[in-house]
Write a protein that binds this ligand. Structure first.
Ligand code: SER
Length: 631
């Protein structure tokens, strides 16, 4: 019988982990998509994120050799989603040496896994190593290790930083040169003797990073205390090539979602990508698959739309499972963009009803065994998708009409202008009145040969925020006018409490208001349900723990953009370029709270005394109110 699937994702995950366990590694579970140890990024983008402190030298409880399958979100490539290989959500297989083995073992094991375990033919493999720069020399060592394994020099490209330097993932942290592994994914032509990294038929499947450096805030590269290895293999791509597919959406990791979208839209997925026969017909046990070859088929708008929906709703499902809700800031905004973009493409496919939750149901079924958190949050995920889609569906059509009207006006007006720009007021109106994320308008504009300017939109946004918040600001300032010692303490307690609420209830919690007197703190925050007595206790305990730890409260003045990038909480309503005060409560580089705030604050949390929540009640729909005291 012809075996249609050579290796499933489940088999590949297991094979990878088993292989590295045999090499003395301990398996660590996938960490949350919200990075705990790196405040400079919104999401976990690689398997190394949860390991940042250990790459920097802290001892890991499981030892120096680790392996994992990590769920990741990368939004940098969001505009590329729609091609065959880019995704916002993906899984990364990885192995780490924390100051243990280095280049030789890492490369030899990668080679062994690819050729012996996955049985990939050497003839279809190529590699790249780092060319060197002013600080770090050319990676001759990796080059000789590959050559000693029998790789021809013609199949090893020597490339600059843009290709062969990895990290840091955020703005600071561990990084270093890497060596990458590529697989030839085409049958029309045999793999060329000389590796050309620009030929897209070479698919990058694995990356071994030699993390020897720490990038500091001043952008210096300091040698790390220890030499680490950080590797990452893309699960979706590798499953695709292992099964002779060069369209990831045809693998089991996407196909059921695509089928659902076909059913909902009545349209057909028509991949222009060819399948190929990786075994060359020699493998009797695993004879070649039937080919899906389709010469000359272009990627249709419908197929691209299906890919975007499949990718975005999968990513949104995983983000929602972290307890996040769509909003206009930070992670919530990424989530909103993913959902709304999928809804827009659903409309383009002619889907009439509310549909994203149905797509999510398929995702949950596909991944429930590997990521049980999806099943646990099923109701929340579906409810949030329905809510967000309903909200957006109401205005989408009208907004698109408005957009059409505006662009025909612009096109008619400036006929002799080459580059046509949509005015910021129009972009803002689409955002404010019709709920179009800026990026969606930018995409629609591109499709019509027009442009939008991000800076102008941001200016416009700030103008409006300033107007609408001016009143609230006054009140807020009033509340802080009394700078007695007691109110200063309450003010710091408010920061600790916000951070604690976000840890206990989730990242959707943001401050809606606060009022401080010498006797108590009143604090409003976004959250739907009544807090349980356990949650109240947990928040109280966490705040008291941070008081006992006597953490340092540090103030620094940063540009607004910089503060935002560093993940500071707060109301971003200052003028562009203006400096803001940022208060960080941390110890030994572990940040507990970071907020933009006028202050003043105590210098160490130990001065606060004992924190107690005396009341938790509703303030308005979706907003809870806490009254708390310091004893
Ligand atoms: N951190 C590296 C990457 O993301 C290897 O895991 O490619």
């Amino acid at each position: 019988m012809i075996k249609l699937v050579y290796m499933t994702a489940k088999e590949l995950r297991e094979k990878f982990l088993d292989f590295f366990v045999q090499k003395g590694h301990k398996i660590i579970p996938s960490a949350s998509l919200i990075p705990e140890h790196d405040p400079t990024v919104l999401f976990t983008t690689a398997g190394m994120h949860p390991l940042v402190p250990y790459l920097l030298g802290e001892k890991h409880p499981q030892g120096q050799r680790l392996t994992s399958v990590q769920k990741c979100i990368r939004t940098g490539d969001i505009d590329d989603v729609g091609d065959a290989v880019h995704h916002t959500f993906f899984e990364m297989l990885g192995n780490w040496s924390l100051g243990d083995y280095f280049k030789k073992e890492a490369i030899e094991w990668s080679f062994e896994f690819l050729t012996k375990e996955l049985k990939l033919s050497l003839d279809r493999l190529a590699f790249s190593v780092f060319i060197g720069n002013n600080d770090v020399s050319r990676d001759e060592e990796s080059m000789s290790i590959w050559k000693a394994l029998g790789i021809s020099e013609k199949r090893i490209a020597v490339l600059p930083e843009s290709d062969n330097w990895w990290g840091p993932a955020g703005q600071t942290g561990p990084c270093g040169p890497d060596t990458e592994m590529f697989y030839w994914s085409d049958d029309n032509d045999p793999a060329p003797e000389i590796f050309d990294p620009n030929d897209k038929r070479w698919v990058e499947i694995w990356n071994d990073v030699f993390m020897e450096y720490n990038k500091t805030v001043e952008a210096n590269f300091e040698p790390l205390k220890q030499k680490n290895v950080d590797t990452g293999m893309g699960l979706e791509r590798t499953v695709a090539v292992l099964n002779g597919l060069n369209d990831n959406y045809k693998t089991e990791l996407f196909w059921p979602i695509i089928e659902k979208i076909e059913e909902l839209s009545g349209k057909k997925y028509n991949s222009p990508h060819l399948s190929f026969n990786i075994r060359g017909g020699e493998d009797q046990e695993n004879p070649p698959q039937p080919s899906f070859k389709k010469e000359g088929v272009e990627l249709s708008d419908d197929t691209r739309a299906m890919r975007i929906i499949a990718d975005h709703i999968k990513a949104a499902t995983f983000i929602l499972a972290e307890g996040l809700e769509p909003s206009n800031v930070e992670r919530g905004y990424v989530l909103r963009r993913l959902i709304r973009r999928a809804v827009r493409y659903g409309k383009q496919l002619g889907i009439k009803d509310i549909f994203t939750f149905k797509v999510a149901q398929v995702v949950i079924e596909m991944y429930r065994d590997v990521y049980p958190e999806l099943l646990k949050s099923r109701e929340f995920i579906e409810e949030q998708l329905v809510r967000e889609e309903e909200k957006f569906a109401k205005t989408l059509e009208k907004g698109l009409k408005q957009f059409e009207m505006q662009i025909s006006k612009i096109k008619n007006q400036n006929d002799n202008l080459k580059l046509k720009i949509i005015p910021a007021e129009v972009v803002f109106d689409l955002y404010q009145t019709y709920g179009f994320p800026f990026e969606m308008t930018a995409e629609l504009a591109r499709e019509s040969g027009l442009e939008v300017k991000k800076e102008d939109f941001e200016e416009e946004l700030k103008k409006h925020q300033e107007l609408s918040r001016a009143g609230a600001e006054q009140k807020f300032k009033g509340g802080l006018a009394d700078n007695s010692e007691a109110t200063i303490k309450y003010h710091t307690a408010a920061h600790l409490m916000l951070a604690a609420l976000r840890q206990v209830l989730g990242e959707h919690v943001s401050q809606k208001g606060s009022n401080i007197t010498v006797e108590r703190l009143r604090f409003d925050f976004s959250h739907q349900e009544k807090m349980t007595p356990e949650q109240i206790k947990e928040v109280e305990n966490l705040v008291n723990q941070k008081i006992q730890e006597d953490l340092l409260v540090k103030m620094e003045e940063l540009g607004l953009e910089e503060a935002k990038e560093q993940g500071a909480m707060g109301v971003f309503n200052s003028k562009y370029g203006e400096k803001v005060k940022v208060y960080t409560i941390s110890e030994n580089g572990k940040i507990f709270s970071k907020e933009i705030c006028g202050g003043p604050h105590v210098e160490r949390t130990g001065r606060l005394g004992r924190f107690k929540i005396v009341k938790e009640e509703s303030a308005s729909a979706g907003t809870r109110r806490i009254k708390a005291i310091l004893e």
